[in-house]
Design a protein around this ligand. Structure first.
Ligand SMILES: Cc1ncc(COP(=O)(O)O)c(C=O)c1O
Length: 331
């Protein structure tokens, strides 16, 4: 156990940090996200020393409310002893198991528990190390699923302006935030961007009540233009998080889900932020928005950020289709 275990609730008990020295080392060795290219290493970021419940304690001893809960992840709060003890016990029992040839009891137990909470017939879980790898896995599952079913041309992905789905190559290709799309390359030939469902920034001349109809019409036009036989998946956050905490218009997600079902397009609900209590339920897709997706991606709140874990849940229907495919190497 380290000195951190001896901190009191205010963060007192921690050794005084030499913030200037830390900043100097950070400038030389630590790559921090999203600097301006010409200012790399110039910026001194504040130091967070410790956390307690909903608070984090900074270098000056200020107790600050951790509004975004880290990066949408510390759902049960900082310094939760039960979680710390469980992590310690697990590390002492078995620190790693490769899922290729063997399994661990904990992953089986967690998969069963998640399946009990998930909507519809969502019964199978594939674990990953975070949200980006969960999204990446969901997309690669879609590609595999369509290859196995003899439809290798059905691979296009519908995403939306303002979306954030991750930082790996394919997941980042789905993102629709301006700076990222201006400066980073992506798999643009695989992704089609739809309009952001932000009710406060509608296309000109579209009234608030007509916005859902407009978005649904755009979706239908996109399918007509590119062909359902070429579109493999739609992916959306039930509530867009990093894009500005955007709640879509009433009924919009349900109508998109219906169109996806009609055109055999997989509906991937990216619940990396909205799951595990953030909207009051373990998963928000059905409870809050009335949709039963084909795939749900999750991460962050599943461990409250205490260690990296994510995953994707897949419906029993899709697994059954794979089983019946007769493909020699399928699953
Ligand atoms: C909706 C959504 N999906 C995926 C991700 C990527 O998750 P991670 O940062 O764990 O890779 C994020 C991260 O904020 C997210 O908000």
């Amino acid at each position: 156990m380290t000195a951190a275990a001896n901190l009191d609730a205010t963060g007192k008990g921690a050794p005084e940090p030499d913030v200037d020295h830390l900043n100097e080392i950070a400038a030389r060795h630590l790559v921090q996200p999203w600097p301006m290219a010409g200012q790399i290493g110039d910026e001194a970021r504040g130091l967070i020393q410790s956390g307690e419940g909903i608070y984090v304690i900074d270098e000056h001893g200020n107790r600050l409310i951790d509004g975004p809960a880290g990066m949408w992840c510390v759902n049960v709060g900082h310094r939760c002893k039960e979680l710390a003890v469980v992590l310690y016990d697990q590390a002492m029992e078995l620190s790693y198991n490769s899922p290729w040839y063997t399994m661990s009891a904990r992953s089986v137990e967690l998969a069963e528990r998640l399946a009990a909470y998930a909507p519809g017939d969502m019964s199978h879980v594939f674990f990953t190390t975070g949200g980006s790898s969960a999204v990446e896995s969901a997309l690669r599952f879609m590609q595999f699923y369509n290859n196995v079913r003899g439809r290798p041309e059905k691979k296009l992905i519908l995403s939306r302006g303002g979306a954030y789905h991750g930082s790996t190559y394919l997941s980042a290709s789905l993102n629709g935030r301006p700076r990222e799309r201006d400066w980073m390359d992506g798999a643009d030939d695989l992704v089609i961007k739809l309009t952001c469902p932000n009710p406060f920034r509608r296309p000109e001349g579209v009234g608030r009540d007509a916005f859902a109809d407009w978005l649904v019409a755009e979706f239908e036009d996109t399918i007509a233009k590119h062909g359902a036989e070429r579109i493999g998946a739609f992916i959306g956050e039930p509530v867009m998080a990093s894009g500005g905490v955007i709640v879509p218009p009433e009924g919009y997600l349900q109508r998109i889900a219906e169109l996806c079902r009609k055109h055999d397009i997989l509906f991937i609900s990216d619940e990396v932020v909205t799951a595990f209590g953030r909207l009051g339920h373990v998963f928000a897709s059905k409870e809050v928005f009335g949709i039963e997706p084909d795939i749900i991606t999750f991460a962050k709140g599943v461990t409250s950020g205490y260690f990296p874990l994510g995953g994707m849940m897949v419906s029993a229907r899709l697994f059954e289709e794979l089983r019946q495919s007769n493909h020699p190497e399928a699953m």
